[in-house]
Each structure stands twice: as C-alpha cells, then as structure tokens.
Design a protein. Sequence first.
Length: 131
Amino acid sequence: MKSWSFYDLASGSLLDVVFTGPEEYLEMNTPEGAASVEGCFLSSTHERDASTGQIRPRTVPPQPLPDEILAESARAQRTRLLAECDWTQMPDADLEPGPQAAWRTYRRELRRITEQPNFPASIVWPQPPET
C-alpha cells in the first residue's frame, strides 16, 4: 500500500494531509485545489521547492537550550567533579599539605561557578591541580 502527500496548487506549500490506500482511491481523496506526491511528507518536517517541485527535509536551526536546563546540567557536572575529588579532603588522604590545599582551592572554585557573570551560558571551568 502506498502513501501520498498533498500540496496546494496555488502556493506550492505542503498540506498536512496524507492518504494511505489503493491508488484507485487517490483522486477521490485529493483535497480540492491540491495535487499529490508519492510519499509521506508533513509541512512541519518537509518543504516543497516551488521552482523544481522537489520535496526536501526542512532545515531547522538548532534552538539554544533554556538557561534552566543549562544550569541544571552545569550543576550536575560540578557535582560529578566534586565527587571525583572528595577523597583529597579526607583526613587519611595520602597528600602533602600543599597539594591538599590546591585541591581545596579547586573544589572552592567549582562551588563558585554559579557566581560567574555569564552563568549558565558560559562557564570557565577550573582545572584540577596536578598531583
């Protein structure tokens, strides 16, 4: 069984109408003022080039993520990075006082990412100390 999509003859725009069935019923199911093209195409996902008649996927520019989602993602990343270096602040950590202080500073900088001026759109992530 085949599917057909329809486009407006006057404007050339795809209609959000699809017929699936035997070809002998296509004409009676074609909307008035429309023509058919074989395939399943909707105006939200495809467009018809008026000059060539070709149907192609509609190009939609990527939408920026809302700040709430960016902030949530950044906080989750920060939590993961903090968890990875929790051991550095334990009393029995096998670190000299200098490296342990460097880790403490790194962790403080991680906790302060939300105070950066362009948070959450742009974050300067601190680099972990070399041990």
